[in-house]
Design a protein around this ligand. Structure first.
Ligand code: ZN
Length: 158
């Protein structure tokens, strides 16, 4: 699905829901979006399906323009977005990251789910922080993060 965006008022901020795929075809959409951005914008990544390397390039150029003279934040970053943030600091530029999804797998029944980490709630303030245990809702077993925790949260210290 091609990238689409939708705005929603969130107090003095505007929330911008992104959905679909960020790829080489997203350049036009992002070019269109940058002309409509309010002074304070939170990008919501929950419905972003995937990002390829051309998409990353288009995004970096977009976020550089978006961050000029605006307050920008990211929320509900998918594990794929988090890995981009960790690999490429320019992916977030000066945006604040408010919440991220980490993917967890149950050690007993292999059930998988995403756990949301939110600033001010359960998001660690530094790497090496002991995270709250995550219980499987299917079997009650202990779930483990698919990524190495310190690597997944490396951006927190950046
Ligand atoms: Zn389980």
């Amino acid at each position: 699905m091609a990238l689409v965006f939708q705005f929603e008022a969130a107090g003095e901020w505007q929330r911008c829901y992104l959905s679909g795929v960020i790829n080489e075809d997203s350049e036009i959409t992002l070019g269109n979006l940058v002309t409509q951005l309010p002074p304070k914008v939170v990008f919501n990544f929950r419905r972003v399906e995937s990002i390829n390397s051309c998409g990353v390039r288009a995004w970096i150029s977009f976020i550089r323009q978006a961050g000029a003279g605006r307050e920008v934040a990211f929320e509900e970053c998918t594990p794929e977005v988090v890995s981009q943030i960790n690999m490429i600091p320019n992916f977030r530029a000066n945006s604040r990251v408010l919440s991220v999804y980490a993917s967890y797998t149950c050690g007993q029944c292999n059930h998988q789910r995403n756990e949301l980490f939110q600033e001010g709630r359960n998001l660690p303030k530094a790497t090496g922080t002991q995270l709250d245990p995550v219980k499987c809702e299917k079997c009650g077993g202990m779930m483990e993060m698919d990524e190495i925790e310190d690597e997944f949260f490396a951006w927190v210290a950046a």
